[in-house]
Ligand binder design. Structure first.
Ligand code: ATP
Ligand code: MG
Length: 285
């Protein structure tokens, strides 16, 4: 098991009049090889949760175990804190705000040099990952401030990927990207998952849940409202009251209610839904 979240609660500004309990008794497991999606309405606590997974913040109560060790223990010493941050790479929501170096190459190499890699080697690895996120060589010497929002996002992601974390956490990585960049990034994440990385991705996009995930958690008002597979997720009536279900699934659900015997989970596209309706009609005739 990669990460175990055990009865985690988190309160912002505790013991002040502004105290706010953003997470309430959340428990879940992220298993090795998972492609987890964390979904939920705005303000439900998703970012609060993922920032605890690499020890950036600590639960107010409960605990998080990474490779069976409590993040509080990992973060007791600087050396092991750094090990944890390398093991669990976290791409923040809007990571582009954190770019600061003069050139993209320097920015992506920064983390590697910080981890003790020799400059020359760090630059080589940085180049590899800049190309991997879909930017070409002409970007190496550009300033991060010359880039578009989407390009900056890619650079920020390259900086985390270059550290080659075992578990990659991404907080709404595709938000605000154009369709092509979105697809490229999702393909890259799939490739990383196929190569063996554990993925945890925060998203509002239910098509991502349907298409890529094997595990989904729905956070609702700070609580884990649902924790299971996408197949269970999209047929759960209570879940479907909270989330925006992809149109084709919503349509399949309505047909089922009307007595058409189809498998909602197999309705992943219009074509697959049409196939099911044809089969149902053939059976009925
Ligand atoms: N630094 C903070 N101080 C006080 N309250 C905060 C702080 N950060 C977040 N909150 C509150 O905690 C709750 C959860 O916030 P969080 O950022 O985890 O939500 P989220 O699910 O990631 O939302 P979104 O989908 O908009 O990114 C929100 O109500 C938010 O206002
Ligand atoms: Mg958030």
């Amino acid at each position: 098991m990669a990460i175990e979240v055990k009865h985690v609660s988190f309160t912002y500004s505790p013991k002040t009049p502004n105290a706010y309990e953003a997470l309430k008794d959340v428990s879940t497991c992220i298993n090795d090889g998972d492609y987890l999606t964390i979904v939920g309405q705005t303000g439900s606590g998703k970012s609060t949760l993922v920032q605890m997974l690499n020890g950036l913040t600590m639960p107010t109560s409960g605990a998080i175990f990474v490779d069976e060790q409590d993040t509080k223990i990992w973060c007791k010493k600087t050396k092991t804190t750094r090990l944890l941050r390398k093991k669990v790479g976290l791409v923040f929501q809007f990571p582009e705000y954190q770019l600061f170096e003069e050139t993209i190459l320097k920015d992506v190499a920064f983390g590697l040099i910080n981890y003790g890699m020799k400059k020359e080697q760090a630059y080589e690895k940085a180049k590899e990952y800049i190309l991997k996120v879909g930017l070409n060589e002409s970007y190496f010497t550009k300033s991060p401030f010359e880039l578009s929002g989407g390009e900056k996002r890619k650079v920020a992601i390259a900086g985390i990927l270059a550290l080659e974390p075992e578990i990659l956490i991404l907080d709404e990585p595709t938000a605000g990207l154009d369709p092509k960049s979105k697809e490229d990034l999702l393909n890259l994440i799939t490739q990383l998952h196929d190569e063996g990385k554990t993925i945890a991705l925060v998203t509002h996009n239910m098509s991502i849940v349907r298409k890529y995930a094997n595990h989904v958690i729905l956070i609702e008002k700070g609580k884990a409202f649902f924790d299971g597979t996408p197949d269970e997720f999209f047929v759960n009536d209570e879940v479907c009251k909270i989330i925006e279900v992809p149109e084709v699934i919503e349509f399949a659900r309505k047909l089922k209610v009307k007595g058409i015997d189809i498998d909602v989970n197999k309705a992943t596209s219009v074509d697959s839904l049409v196939e099911q309706i044809k089969l149902w009609r053939a059976k009925d005739e």
